[in-house]
Design a protein around this ligand. Structure first.
Ligand code: ZN
Length: 251
């Protein structure tokens, strides 16, 4: 009986990257699927894309938890962009010029790690929340030792994937796609919902997930959005061409 259900729905979003068209499409998709109680945003709200202020504002209009990403830190000068590639550094400088004082305050206050229910939330990895990319089974395996909740949610690579600890204590990896209904077992898992604003798994559609706290499931969704609209705004603002073209390819 839905009336007495304690089910909570959490939308898991990562790497919005100032892509308002993608973010808006994801919010629309999410609402069409029903009530979402809270957004868990795994960092990099800004950087690369043309709408940093609008994306921060839109996130803040929703009940949310938001983690700090490397691009969020760079936009407020807390990371030296010397660590970025030239295109990312140019976009970071442009981004910091677009931010209003409120936006900067918001980014300043983002935490590096949050524990919520059975989940540890970080941008990169539990071992190195801002910077580490969990791109391989061996890196995932090392990180299983570094969080105490059952599950860990990460972003940063923009690639949807599930790392699972097996019966034997080994680690397995499974690309996360919409045809998988992930059932949360008692095994430890590290889960990446993919990227909203700059997908890199070869599918240019925005990626995000929804966690159902009662069914104990996580579903992944891919959402088509107006890529051209984002690219046109990036051109108008002379953002690096490589960052513009990659959006159509999802790389
Ligand atoms: Zn990112």
């Amino acid at each position: 009986n839905m009336l007495y259900s304690n089910s909570m729905q959490y939308a898991i979003l990562a790497d919005i990257h100032a892509n308002l068209a993608a973010f808006t499409a994801v919010l629309d998709d999410m609402r069409q699927r029903g009530k979402v109680d809270e957004i868990w945003c795994l960092g990099d709200v800004v950087g690369y894309g043309p709408d940093p202020h609008q994306c921060i504002e839109l996130l803040r209009e929703n009940k949310h938890i938001c983690l700090a990403g490397n691009h969020d830190r760079a936009a407020i000068g807390r990371i030296d962009t010397a660590y970025f590639n030239p295109a990312a550094a140019a976009a970071a400088r442009w981004t910091s010029e677009q931010l209003q004082p409120d936006d900067k305050q918001f980014l300043e206050n983002l935490p590096m790690i949050v524990e919520k229910d059975d989940f540890t939330l970080v941008h990169g990895s539990p071992r190195e929340p801002i910077w580490e990319y969990i791109l391989s089974i061996s890196i995932a395996a090392e990180n299983f030792e570094r969080f105490s909740t059952r599950y860990c949610l990460v972003g940063h690579t923009h690639i949807p994937v599930i790392f699972r600890k097996t019966e034997t204590g080994d680690c397995s990896a499974l690309p996360f796609s919409p045809d998988i209904k992930l059932i949360l077992s008692d095994k430890q898992m590290i889960i990446n919902p993919g990227g909203v604003g700059q997908p890199r798994d070869g599918d240019p559609r925005a990626s995000y997930a929804i966690y159902d706290s009662e069914a104990k499931t996580i579903r992944l969704f891919r959402v088509a959005y107006d890529i051209q609209a984002t690219q046109d705004k990036m051109k108008e603002n002379n953002l690096p061409i490589h960052l513009i073209t990659r959006l159509s390819q999802g790389i």
